[in-house]
Ligand binder design. Structure first.
Ligand code: NDP
Ligand SMILES: N[C@@H](CC=O)C(=O)O
Length: 384
């Protein structure tokens, strides 16, 4: 006998790049698993930077799986969402109308069936949409760190109903870092320190450099493997790790902003986004850093050490930057895109809670986002 459907979760996805497309593929391929659990995800809309593709009647139907599969193929091939018009029961809205349509869906579905607004973009532009959605009683799931790392008031607003927001993938991709921190806090066990290697890109880059590869080459490979941010300077400049540190520090109750975090950049300001385009940085900027990075790695190695980009969060302050560490230390042993996080608290004082594993990549990140969506199912119960 088929399992009765207990929860239907309508979803609007913002962003169908590397992570967003993997999410859609996971949603489609997990249909039988979710059906067995009595859960169904109904994707009612998908937006990119210029338009929104939305089901004809968001109250009763979603975009069908054939269309979602075609959407992933079209976006992978660089075609716009508008190329999908006429292939299913859907409508297309271009910006700025698209934004209004997302709010319409949030308003009507927030009041009736509920809605999960999923942000897999990499922009600050979604913040006001997300805040509106929260006001309309919608749930929010984030892979995008930016909405939680802008103004402190925005962070407060988004997490104001903690039962309705999930953002596990913002720190450590699919690793259960946020969940672990949240559980420790909830138990009244004060967290005193979090230290770790929280960049899949920089972890990968540093361990590949130890094998004698060129900085410029390994950064490009990290990008092709889906580890980097859309502009890899977000990773190389430490900002992506600083955002993760800020999310964790704010979770611990620190009312701080990005300016309070000491951030070490691996590229000079002459190669920054204000001076050089991403394309030029990748094509001709990166090679300028090869020699100095090689020298830093060689100097550390001559002392039996390795370089790791380390994130430290304490009540006294937060800092992110390169550290020379013994090869056989927990961080020194890290290879590839793995992250490791050590959490110290009263209960985990001399023996910290350690979380380690793949910390970047479209597949694992999207899996974390999907698990977050499914985690909200109890708020979407359709039967007693
Ligand atoms: N890759 C990883 O390992 C991890 C990534 N993340 C986070 O996941 C997010 C997505 O990363 P990734 O998929 O690699 O990024 P991509 O650049 O591949 O995709 C970003 C998507 O967002 C869309 N977009 C841009 N602006 C808007 C907007 N205003 N509204 C709706 N959509 C918009 C883009 O549209 P268009 O297609 O038109 O350009 C694109 O489809 C990032 O925030 C990243 O930090 C988090 C953890 C790990
Ligand atoms: N660019 C990030 C992706 C996950 O947040 C990283 O390299 O860790």
């Amino acid at each position: 006998m088929p399992t009765p459907v207990k929860s239907v979760l309508p979803v609007v996805l913002l962003g169908c790049g590397g992570v967003g497309r993997y999410l859609l593929r996971h949603i489609v391929s997990c249909r039988p698993l979710h059906a067995n659990q009595g859960v169904a995800i109904r994707v009612v809309g998908v937006a990119d930077s210029s338009s929104l593709l939305v089901a004809e009647d968001v109250h009763s139907t979603g975009l069908d799986d054939a269309l979602l599969t075609q959407l992933c193929a079209a976006k992978s091939a660089g075609s716009p969402l508008s190329s999908l018009l006429g292939r299913g029961h859907c409508q297309l809205f271009k910006n700025p109308e698209a934004r209004g349509k997302v709010i319409d869906a949030a308003t009507t579905l927030g009041r009736t069936t509920g809605l999960v607004l999923v942000d897999c973009s990499a922009t600050y532009d979604t913040v006001s949409l997300l805040k509106d959605a929260v006001d309309h009683g919608c749930c929010v799931v984030l892979a995008n760190k930016k909405p939680l790392t802008g103004a402190y008031e925005d962070f407060q607003k988004l997490v104001s109903n903690f039962r309705r927001i999930r953002f596990e993938s913002t720190v450590g991709a699919g690793l259960p870092v946020i969940a672990s921190v949240t559980r420790i806090i909830a138990s009244g066990d004060p967290i005193t320190r979090i230290v770790g290697s929280l960049s899949g890109t920089l972890g990968y880059v540093m361990s590949e450099l130890e094998d004698g590869k060129k900085f410029s080459e390994v950064v490009k490979t990290a990008k092709s493997l889906g580890y980097t941010e859309p502009d890899p300077r977000d990773d190389l400049g430490g900002m992506d790790v600083a955002r993760k540190a800020l999310i964790l520090a704010r979770l611990l109750g620190q009312q701080i902003s990005m300016e309070s975090i000491n951030v070490e950049s691996l590229y000079p300001s002459e190669l920054g986004p204000d001076a050089v385009s991403t394309k030029d940085f990748l094509e001709s900027g990166l090679v300028q850093l090869d020699k100095s990075m090689e020298e830093r790695i060689r100097a550390a190695s001559s002392r039996g050490n390795v370089l790791r980009y380390v994130c430290e969060i304490e009540s006294a302050g937060c800092q992110v930057g390169l550290k020379e560490l013994p090869k056989d230390s927990a961080l020194g042993r890290l290879r590839g895109s793995d992250n490791v996080v050590e959490i110290y608290s009263r209960c985990y004082q001399s023996s910290p809670l350690v979380i380690q594993g793949a910390g970047a990549g479209n597949d694992t990140t999207a899996a974390g986002v999907l698990a977050d969506i499914i985690d909200l199912q109890d708020l979407f119960q359709t039967m007693a």
